[in-house]
Design a protein around this ligand. Structure first.
Ligand code: SAJ
Length: 434
């Protein structure tokens, strides 16, 4: 933008959030060094190509690399602003303990090149207090630099927490237009981060403190998880009582202050099924509803598996098609996907009777090896399968006309075929609505 000082940015982590963020920053004319631990990712980006699927990202990265505004390396380089966008998974202890080691190792690398006047921004979804923990780590590594929020010192650097809130499939548009929380360790840190985001964000940037911004990010996803759990619980109640959950939700949502979300085979992805646990971990005694919502959504996946097994066993010899592996509609992301888990469970149990339809997959994931299950296209499934289990609401499944599927028995966990004939009473599993 005209009139702004030229700055250099270093974005650490070039995944689903880091790469689009780097590309959008570069589009605003800011020079970006992207850093990733994986050499093949770095090489791909330096060729002007991308390693993930995301609408409009390839053109943006290609243009940024061509203009010399985006370069990728495996090493953190000196910059004016550092943006950390690395994963925060769970520890492998089975207790949903947040693993902040990637954040702290990125911060350690940044500390090595940090100079007075720099700004460090953490974007990774993180437990409350992580930004201060990062500050304390850097303070220990760089005693020559004064850190913000430590009494009596005028800081040399600024540190802030600024979470993204973008929806996969719409990342570029949402990175630019969504409002953002800008949480400084001090108000001065927030102002520094604000000036940075103003360069490429059109949405309103709301300034707050780092801990509030950390909690806000977790709350947003816990809110959605809780609301999906309500829908999933309703679907299991409807199953038990023989009601059509889609009809009930449709009617209830005509109330001006009711907006129930849609049931499905469980909740997947890397955010909604993960972030609520960060709240539970920080306040285990008081976060009862948030924990229960997680448990309900996980239970829904096991409910779907049990119902699907019942359906397949009640129809001996009939070939089965599982529709979808992605964690949600119209994307190619199969990580942490309940659909994939359900389909793989059925493949292990029923072997070659199981066909998987996933237009976004070139091959089946490894857990399907040696099961006998096959990847087929929609038409093959319609011709050869008598049972269809809808696990993902991809548009390509939604638009299959009723007459093309009138011969099949459907277990529609997404409610995409409201016109599917309801099978005979007495077969409970066929009355399933969710
Ligand atoms: N789902 C349902 N029923 C619904 C809505 C969603 O079963 O009515 C399921 C989806 O099928 C999927 C899961 O929930 O398995 C999550 O999908 P999603 O579309 O709700 O969310 P994500 O994980 O793609 O992205 C979320 C978003 N958060 C919120 O909407 C509050 C996004 O804005 C965040 O930036 C993102 O998490 C993140 O990175 O944290």
């Amino acid at each position: 933008m005209r009139g702004e000082a030229s700055i250099e940015t270093c974005v650490v982590g070039l995944g689903y959030i880091g790469l689009p963020t780097a590309a959008v920053i570069a589009r605003a004319g800011v020079r970006v060094h992207g850093v990733d631990v994986t050499q093949s990712v770095v090489d791909t980006i330096n060729r002007g190509e991308i390693h993930i699927e995301e609408a409009d990202l390839d053109g943006l990265v290609h243009a940024a690399v061509k203009r010399g505004l985006l370069t990728a390396t495996t090493q953190v380089r000196p910059a004016d602003v550092f943006v950390i966008a690395v994963p925060t998974p769970f520890e492998k202890d089975g207790n949903h303990t947040p693993d902040d080691s990637y954040v702290l190792s990125a911060a350690t690398e940044v500390a090595g090149v940090l100079k007075a006047g720099d700004t460090i921004i953490l974007e990774s979804t993180s437990p409350v207090g992580t930004t201060e923990k990062m500050r304390d780590l850097i303070a220990g590594l760089r005693p020559d630099l004064k850190m913000p929020g430590i009494a009596g010192e005028t800081p040399d650097v600024s540190i802030a927490y600024c979470p993204e809130r973008v929806l996969p499939g719409h990342i570029i548009e949402e990175l630019t237009n969504n409002d953002r929380s800008i949480g400084g360790i001090t108000p001065r840190c927030a102002r520094k981060a604000l000036a940075f985001y103003k360069r490429f964000v059109r949405g309103t940037c709301v300034v707050t403190d780092a801990r509030s911004a950390e909690m806000t990010k977790l709350v947003e996803n816990a809110y959605r998880d809780t609301n999906i759990a309500f829908a999933n619980e309703l679907s299991m109640i409807a199953d038990e009582t023989g009601l059509d959950v889609w009809e009930v939700i449709k009617l209830a949502n005509r109330h001006p202050r009711v907006n129930i979300l849609q049931p499905g085979p469980g909740v997947g992805g890397h955010c909604i099924a993960v972030d609520p646990w960060f709240i539970v971990h920080g306040a285990p005694e008081t976060s009862r509803m948030i924990r229960t919502a997680r448990e309900v959504n996980d239970a829904k996946m096991h409910h779907v598996i049990a119902r699907a097994i019942e359906l397949v066993e009640n129809n001996p010899g009939v070939p089965v098609a599982c529709l979808g592996l992605a964690f949600k509609a119209n994307i190619d992301d199969f990580r942490e996907s309940p659909a994939r888990f359900v389909a793989a469970s059925l493949a292990r149990k029923f072997g070659e009777r199981i066909n998987v339809v996933e237009p976004y997959a070139q091959e089946l994931p490894r857990e399907f090896d040696d099961t006998g299950a096959k990847l087929v296209d929609v038409d093959t499934a319609l011709e050869s399968c008598g049972i269809m289990i809808v696990l993902v609401d991809h548009d390509v499944f939604r638009v299959i006309p009723a007459e093309e599927r009138s011969h099949i028995i459907a277990y529609d966990t997404r409610g995409i075929w409201p016109d599917q004939p309801v099978p005979q009473a007495g077969k409970d599993n066929l009355r399933l609505a969710g």
